[in-house]
Design a protein around this ligand. Structure first.
Ligand code: NAI
Ligand code: MG
Length: 348
């Protein structure tokens, strides 16, 4: 067989980022078919880099990252860095530069995991969050800053083009799933202008997907159902801000932040997509070797699926499901032990 390659950019980041990424790479290496040549290149970006040089994401590194098939990120940030510096200067900059308009966040309640909804049958949904518009574009400013008369705006940007492409992606994902159900989440009774654009686009694009059953929920109602009837959800499509909040709630009700994976996806493949655990750098446990690498390993599964390695992605997800079931009630493990257990399962 001819040799295939996977060129992977790795941003370990800060805190537990490097610890969990190391385990993610172990599992990736173990599961990849032997004819695939994995080439990784590490990038030193995040709080440590910013403290050392004042840089967040220099253009040369952005250009170099672009030459990869995908990016694996641990977590960046530290309380010592002012709020917004790394979010805007690194994470959002990457999402916008690489047009990551689909922020994909699967939520599954695996048997054996603890949490407020443990035992609920079939929590298995995916949130498709718009990634490049909404209130996150930096379209705003302040006047008379720091005075009692300060004025601040943060304008939510919604374009017909941007809404349609993410809605279309969500329909396609819903159509490919057994239940074929898609819920639009917005707040169209109050945010009437953006709400109308989302709702009209959702209805119009839906005519091309007659097999998909649809419904609509206001975001506040969606938070209630996510706790009281999470099994009703299959695929959810929503804007950048609602998606940010909803997916943290989704992580909390499905086994916690140590299991939540995400992909920042450019579906057209014009730019590398980026995969990362939802959690941050967890400075409170960094260096203790106790961080759970599972969210990173599940992000590796999303990466594999995105690059066309479906069988390998399923193997990783199956390994995680089996490992979580086997862990039930057992003593806590180290980051390294969990990585080793998952490697053993994917290679078994
Ligand atoms: P966090 O997710 O880092 O930590 C929240 C809590 O969850 C902590 O108690 C932590 O110990 C625990 N936790 C997180 N990941 C875990 C894991 N894999 N295993 C076990 N426990 C885990 O959120 P926090 O504390 O709000 O933020 C810490 C730093 O991370 C901040 O500088 C923040 O800006 C940054 N951050 C970065 C993100 C990214 O890189 N995408 C996302 C969220 C936060
Ligand atoms: Mg968040």
């Amino acid at each position: 067989r001819s040799t295939r390659s996977m060129r992977l950019a790795v941003i370990p980041g800060d805190g537990i980022g490097p610890e969990v990424v190391a385990q993610g790479l172990r599992v990736l290496t173990a599961v990849l078919p032997s004819d695939v040549k994995l080439e990784t290149r590490e990038y030193d970006l995040g709080a440590r880099r910013w403290h050392a040089t004042g840089e967040t994401l220099p253009d040369a590194e952005l250009a170099s990252l672009k030459e990869h098939d995908a990016i694996l990120l641990g977590a960046v940030g530290d309380p010592s860095v002012p709020s917004g510096v790394l979010e805007r200067g690194l994470l959002l900059k990457l999402r916008f530069a690489f047009d990551h308009y689909v922020n994909l966040r699967p939520s599954r309640l695996f048997p054996g995991t603890a949490g407020p909804l443990a035992g609920t049958p079939r929590i298995d949904f995916v949130v498709v969050r718009e990634g490049t518009e909404g209130p996150y574009t930096g379209n705003g400013g302040s006047l008379r800053t720091g005075t009692p008369a300060e004025v601040a705006t943060e304008v939510s940007v919604n374009t017909a083009y941007g809404v349609e492409r993410v809605v279309r992606d969500a329909y396609a994902r819903a159509q490919a799933r057994p239940r074929k159900r898609l819920t639009l989440v917005h707040k169209d009774n109050v945010l009437v202008h953006a709400g109308r654009l989302w709702k009209d686009t959702f209805d119009r694009v839906g005519r091309e997907f007659p097999a998909v059953t649809t419904d609509y929920l206001h975001v506040d109602a969606a938070t209630i159902f996510m706790v009281t009837r999470p099994e009703r959800f299959d695929v959810i499509v929503t804007d950048n801000l609602f998606g940010d909040i909803l997916t943290d709630l989704a992580a909390a009700v499905t086994g916690g932040i140590g299991l939540a994976a995400s992909g920042n996806i450019n579906p057209d493949g014009s730019f590398p997509s980026m995969f990362e655990p939802v959690h941050g750098s967890a400075p409170d446990i960094a260096g203790t070797g106790t961080a759970d690498p599972t969210a990173t390993v599940l992000s590796v599964a999303l990466l594999l699926r995105h690059l066309g390695y479906e069988a390998e992605a399923v193997r990783v997800e199956t390994a995680v499901a089996e490992d979580l079931a086997a862990r039930d009630g057992a003593a806590p493990r180290t980051t390294e032990e969990t990585g080793a257990a998952l490697v053993a399962r994917v290679t078994a």
